[in-house]
Design a protein around this ligand. Sequence first.
Ligand code: BEZ
Ligand code: FE
Length: 279
Amino acid sequence: MTQYFTEEGSVQAVNDRMGPNINPRLAVVMAALVKHLHAFAKEVHLTQAEWDYGIDFLTKTGQICSAERQEFILLSDTLGFSMLVDAINNRRPEGATENTVFGPFHVDGVPVREMGANISLDGKGESCLFEGRVVDLAGNPIAGARVDVWSDNADGFYDVQQPSIQPQHNNRGVFITGADGRYSFVGIKPVSYPIPDDGPVGQMLGHLGRHPYRPAHMHYLVTADGFERLVTHTFVGGDKYLESDAVFGVKTTLIAPFNRVEGGATLWHSPFDFVLTPA
Ligand code: BEZ
Ligand code: FE
């Protein structure tokens, strides 16, 4: 007998409609999504006005998206969902460097630079030498590792946010390790900055009494043949936003030393080793 939709039987009514020959993973994911979505509405007794507001919010989130702006990723990030999916998919053994959120500001096609090169092209900010080794779990150096780095400038903006102000590829570089597994480059001591907050996600944060700031960090994408891809940051210890990162990206193991250097070629020195997990 046909089962018409009822409040009690809502999940079954929807999930029973799935055809017999659909992708089995799709069936699992969608059945759970419907189950939890309906449970959410029932738990909070969602009003019609609230759901209309939700639809309007999602519509605005889509409408502000462009080639340069991905508001849905910001939504996922600020709800802790990006970090949750990342954690589920990157469970690593003790000693391996932890992942964190990728963020929207990575750029492909950044030039490979000489080891030790200066990536700060706008001359702003406090210079910092970043250096360390890329090693395996046993501490052996990994040769040929690709260390792709990016940070904001001293004003708290990535080059892609200010294409007519900053030089292209400002505070970005790719470095390839030699036999010793070492990398080094000169950048700036990064500064904390707000994630783009002039859209619906920024409004949501405001309504929730949350600020949009990320603690200062240097981004790394480290890849090497035979090893898991590492997407991470190093965070500047002591930053006032470490415990309230708008996107929940901070992990204790990723807080790096930033040591003041007296009379050196750079003002700061930040040593950090990356430990990769076998693929
Ligand atoms: C970032 O660190 O670049 C970032 C991460 C998530 C959202 C916005 C920015
Ligand atoms: Fe960032």
